[in-house]
Write a protein that binds this ligand. Structure first.
Ligand code: FEO
Length: 400
């Protein structure tokens, strides 16, 4: 069901287990940086057992009114016995101090790191808090919550919570998605959720820790995966294989061409190189670094086996948008790629060399660096097309 203004939706996903999703259609950016054209959402859960009630996660304090309206439609806060914090970033911890005020008998449960960070960041009342360790359980009568410590997805405080009798795994950011969708499950309308952008921008930097958590989830094989952003999952094969592919950096038959061009000369050689990549058999995406959303740059980088960076030279350095892209790569450190660099310059080069050095310092092999002076001639375009083709052929060797 949903409220009249559709700022939140709720659904009983199993007997006594209620999902509440607050929809954020107001913010243009997540974390004030990542564009969210379809909005985002915050999920929290109320678990009602025969002898106890638990709340799992809060939401961003800016949506406090919606949160308490929705929460109180599900449970009287005075009846809550346990407040569980799986991760204390403010989009999940913001409303919890006020929950504790309104839930006088509740005990706050989280990892040691969650309680420490939450005290500083979200005013957690530590005199009413208890640390949980991996494998600890709390009973709610006919329902049992088991905690699975899974640090660094993507903060040191993170844990998952398994509702044993219902076989539901609450995962907070892990398996999260953007999109202010009213659909509860991913399989109801996959197009209303943005998964890859979410993973690439939020979790990809900690792929190795995410991979460990995914292995635990696979072993547990829950009936439902219930994240704290976006869609829930009841068809586990699809989401688990997607995450296994991403966390292992398994490359696809895809190429990403990132272009930084002031007067279209570099853009023309990039187009020629993209033709070569397509000739080699790679699905090729071209992004203009001036316009591309940073999460799109990361998401396409994640999936690509070939990366071609085309940059003009500006004051002896790469085009500004390309410099930003290089900084993103430094932070997210992609693996299993092969690259090439090309670009046109006017009176002095340097842009392509700096990009090549950046890529090589990240351990990404650069097949070739091609710098052209001035307007590209037909022979330059042909060299770029050839380079694209060779890059594509090298990339296909990475794709099994
Ligand atoms: Fe959705 Fe890392 O918080």
């Amino acid at each position: 069901m949903s409220c009249e203004l559709m700022t939140w939706v709720k659904s009983e996903i199993s007997e006594g287990v209620i999902l509440v999703r607050v929809l954020n259609t107001k913010s243009r950016k997540f974390e004030n940086y990542w564009p969210i054209p379809s909005g985002t959402s915050y999920n929290f859960y109320v678990v009602k057992g025969s002898e106890g009630i638990a709340l799992i996660d809060g939401i961003d304090i800016r949506f406090s009114d919606e949160f308490f309206e929705a929460l109180e439609s599900v449970v009287n806060p005075e009846d809550i016995d346990y407040v569980i914090t799986q991760h204390t970033e403010p989009d999940h911890s913001g409303t919890l101090a006020e929950v504790m005020n309104r839930a006088p008998k509740a005990i706050l449960l989280g990892t040691k790191q969650a309680l420490m960070i939450g005290e500083a960041l979200a005013d957690f009342p530590l005199d009413r808090a208890k640390e949980v360790k991996d494998g600890d359980e709390v009973g709610l009568g006919n329902k049992t919550l088991r905690f699975i410590v899974a640090p660094m997805i993507h903060w040191p405080d993170t844990m998952l919570t398994y509702l044993v009798e219902d076989s539901i795994l609450f995962t907070c950011d892990l398996f999260g998605s953007h999109g202010a969708s009213e659909r509860i499950f991913y399989d109801e309308d996959p197009d209303t959720f943005e998964f890859v952008d979410y993973y690439a921008s939020i979790l990809m930097a900690y792929y190795n820790m995410a991979a460990k958590a995914v292995a635990k989830v696979k072993e547990l094989s829950p009936r439902i995966i219930a994240p704290s952003h976006g869609a829930l999952h009841r068809s586990l094969d699809e989401i688990l294989s997607m995450y296994e592919r991403w966390t292992s950096w398994k490359p696809s038959k895809k190429a990403l061409v990132v272009v930084g061009s002031q007067y279209e000369n570099t853009a023309r050689v990039a187009e020629a190189a993209a033709e070569g990549l397509r000739e080699a058999g790679l699905e090729t995406v071209i992004l203009d670094s001036s316009d591309a959303d940073p999460d799109d740059l990361l998401a396409h980088t994640l999936e690509a086996s070939a990366i071609l960076v085309a940059t003009s030279t500006h004051n002896g350095r790469p085009f500004f948008g390309i410099t930003v892209y290089m900084e993103l790569l430094k932070e997210y450190r992609p693996r299993n790629k092969v690259a090439a660099v090309l670009g046109s310059f006017g009176w002095g080069g340097g842009g392509t060399k700096a990009v090549r050095q950046s890529l090589e310092s990240l351990g990404i092999p650069v097949l070739e660096e091609l710098a052209f002076k001035g307007k590209p001639k037909e022979t330059d375009l042909e060299r770029a097309r050839e380079l694209g083709k060779r890059l594509g052929e090298e990339a296909l060797k990475l794709v099994s």
